[in-house]
Design a protein around this ligand. Structure first.
Ligand code: NDP
Length: 328
């Protein structure tokens, strides 16, 4: 398995086609030793992008990742690290979240200190904030870039219209524009990346995508078809909302999973590998952010790269016909 690198949209930055994120796991579901093993496994496999956010375990995920990066001995140039602002960390007061200039700047400073780095390669607005003028946020991001604290900024789950508005304002004021979106993308969740953003990829500053939940939080492994196994994400305290969303509200999707698993067996591979490889077939995807609570899962998922040559147009059409009826 050889890692592929893709340019992040129209920027010059190269990200590994498979990257690794800290949501749910770091500082929460797994021990710090396991987190270190996971990061080392990813890096050894050619992963160069590690994703984080102020909101992951209320800042603890960044602390754990920062410690590992600091002790790793890896040259700073060899990895790309992100943070995201919006959901806040431990402080829950009025300016503790959102996209105001105050919170965007303070959250950046906190992320730099928790991750123990001098700059964030990527800094995302984790959600749109209807209570803050977009210009205020665009200006704050522009200033952070000019100060050298952030290299590229982007959005996460903003509508195409909101991204276009940020671009228009950046253009008007000669500010740095957002160049990357972090969106959910998997066999069951396709519309935004494939259709809504279609006009954005080749226009203006372009749009890279760092896509999340390629396995739909584990649904696309088949592990939830016979109930919720112990020690899985859906048993993590505080994630009851996710359990409801994945299990109770997704019955039609769960019903499709065995047929998808059968196709994986035909290809002599596993469903997680097939689901990850499917995401990579879309060249609008700059990088697929993997999540894992154990090194064996991560090793399995990194193997998706080997499957790419087997995903013929006919096979993709078969997957479409199975997964699309439930797709959103
Ligand atoms: P996935 O949908 O791939 O889910 C990952 C989880 O699935 C793992 O933690 C593990 O959970 C299970 N799993 C993974 N591989 C296997 C396997 N081979 N066999 C069995 N189970 C497996 O991705 P995530 O939802 O974790 O998202 C990835 C990253 O994307 C996050 O870490 C974060 O960085 C980013 N993200 C961004 C969001 C945003 O709003 N911008 C939102 C969500 C994620 P288990 O413990 O149950 O085994």
């Amino acid at each position: 398995m050889t890692m592929l690198y893709r340019r992040l949209g129209q920027t010059g930055l190269q990200v590994s086609a498979l990257s690794f994120g800290a949501w749910v796991t770091f500082g929460n579901q797994i021990s710090d030793d396991t987190a270190r093993e996971l990061l080392e496994t990813a890096y050894a496999g050619g992963v160069n992008f590690f994703d984080n956010a102020e909101g992951y375990a209320a800042g603890q995920a960044e602390i754990v990742m920062g410690r590992i990066l600091k002790n790793s001995g890896w040259t700073r140039s060899s990895y790309v690290v992100s943070s995201k602002v919006f959901f806040g960390d431990t402080y829950k007061g009025p300016n503790g979240r959102g996209l105001s200039r105050k919170h965007v700047v303070e959250a950046c400073h906190s992320a730099l200190s928790r991750l123990q780095v001098d700059h964030l390669d990527l800094y995302f607005c984790h959600r749109p904030d209807p209570e803050t003028p977009i210009l205020e946020t665009v200006r704050a991001m522009h200033d952070l870039i000019n100060q050298g604290k952030v290299l590229y900024w982007g959005t996460s789950e903003w509508s195409a219209q909101e991204i276009l508005e940020a671009r228009r304002l950046a253009d008007k004021h000669n500010f740095h524009a957002p160049v990357v979106e972090q969106s959910q993308y998997n066999l069951f969740h396709r519309h935004r990346v494939e259709q809504e953003y279609a006009p954005l990829y080749e226009t203006g500053p372009g749009l890279g995508t760092t896509i999340w939940s390629p396995l739909a939080s584990g649904l696309l492994t088949g592990k939830y078809n016979d109930g919720v196994p112990p020690e899985s994400r859906l048993t993590v305290k505080g994630l009851e909302w996710l359990r409801d969303r994945v299990i109770d509200e997704q019955k039609p999707k769960l019903d499709v999973v065995p047929a998808l698993a059968a196709i994986a067996r035909e290809l002599d591979t596993t469903l997680p590998r097939l689901a990850v490889a499917w995401c990579l077939k879309n060249l609008r995807v700059s990088t697929v952010i993997l999540g894992a609570s154990r090194p064996a899962q991560l090793k399995e998922n990194l193997g998706a790269l080997d499957l790419l040559p087997k995903l013929s147009p006919e096979l993709l059409a078969r997957l479409d016909s199975l997964a699309l009826p439930a797709a959103t």
